[in-house]
Design a protein around this ligand. Structure first.
Ligand SMILES: C[S@@+](CC[C@H](N)C(=O)[O-])C[C@H]1O[C@@H](n2cnc3c(N)ncnc32)[C@H](O)[C@@H]1O
Length: 238
């Protein structure tokens, strides 16, 4: 099996956009929730782990005047995102930067992406960090936002019990079958990953643990605007 960075998921980047929608229930709805939680007044938006640019595109479709600064450590995902954003005509509003967001959390002085972001968003990426680094990253995000800035993240969370783990697993299997493909067939298209920079294979934390980390990182209001089985959108405001 081809080796990929944690989070790239598929051996061929071109399989990502279709494959992720077969693999995860309600992917578009989940990303749409994030875009709805970002205030319409937002001008500078930071995205962590932009992948092929699906969330960036939804954000720019909603806020065409915004500037999105998108980080990803994978050159091939960034290239894919760049092409998509350019094809949609948003190239003046999107800057892709090859960077490990764990490194940004640990060594912010190495990066020239600036601060004073109105919003930070992320999807399906931060769960690759260990909890200690998630907390550090949430702190770095808080320090990089304007005083009433917000952060919204979509990620898989640790099931609340073994019984619910089974419920969530079956829901995903049924979802894939409804898309006309089995999970086994989709998984055959995946690459294999171990560790890259600060990320490794899934490091799931419970939803409760995430909310506690956000509070510790100085987010005054924390919220869960969307949850579907083992996937959640959570975040808050300073
Ligand atoms: C599953 S993809 C999700 C992409 C996109 N956010 C979406 O929802 O379609 C996760 C992305 O996070 C990136 N990633 C994972 N760990 C990272 C890290 N430590 N620093 C930067 N990018 C990372 C991967 O390269 C990948 O592009």
């Amino acid at each position: 099996m081809q080796q990929v960075f944690p989070g790239e998921v598929f051996a061929n980047t071109a399989d990502f956009d279709t494959g992720i929608r077969q693999l995860l229930p309600r992917y578009d709805e989940m990303l749409e929730v994030i875009t709805r939680c970002v205030p319409s007044t937002s001008r500078r938006i930071l995205e962590l782990g932009c992948g092929t640019g699906e969330l960036s595109l939804k954000i720019l479709n909603r806020f065409p005047d915004a500037q999105v600064i998108a980080l990803d450590y994978s050159p091939r995902m960034l290239q894919f995102a760049q092409n998509k954003i350019t094809a949609a005509g948003y190239q003046q509003h999107w800057t892709g930067t090859q960077a490990d967001f764990g490194d940004w959390a640990d060594n912010p002085e190495k990066f020239d992406i600036g601060s004073e972001f109105d919003a930070c968003v992320s999807s399906l990426a931060i769960h690759h960090l260990q909890d200690e680094m998630k907390l550090k990253l949430f702190g770095r995000i808080a320090a990089s936002l304007t005083q009433d800035g917000c952060f919204w993240n979509a990620d898989p969370t640790l099931p609340e019990s073994p019984a619910l783990a089974e419920v969530y697993k079956v829901a995903r299997e049924e979802w894939s079958l409804q898309q006309g493909i089995s999970l086994t067939e989709i998984r055959a298209k995946r690459g294999t990953s171990t560790t890259q920079g600060y990320s490794s294979q899934d490091q799931l934390a419970s939803l409760d643990a995430h909310l506690q980390m956000l509070s510790k990182a100085r987010f005054k209001t924390v919220a869960v605007p969307w949850k579907y089985y083992g996937l959640a959108v959570f975040g808050g405001w300073l």
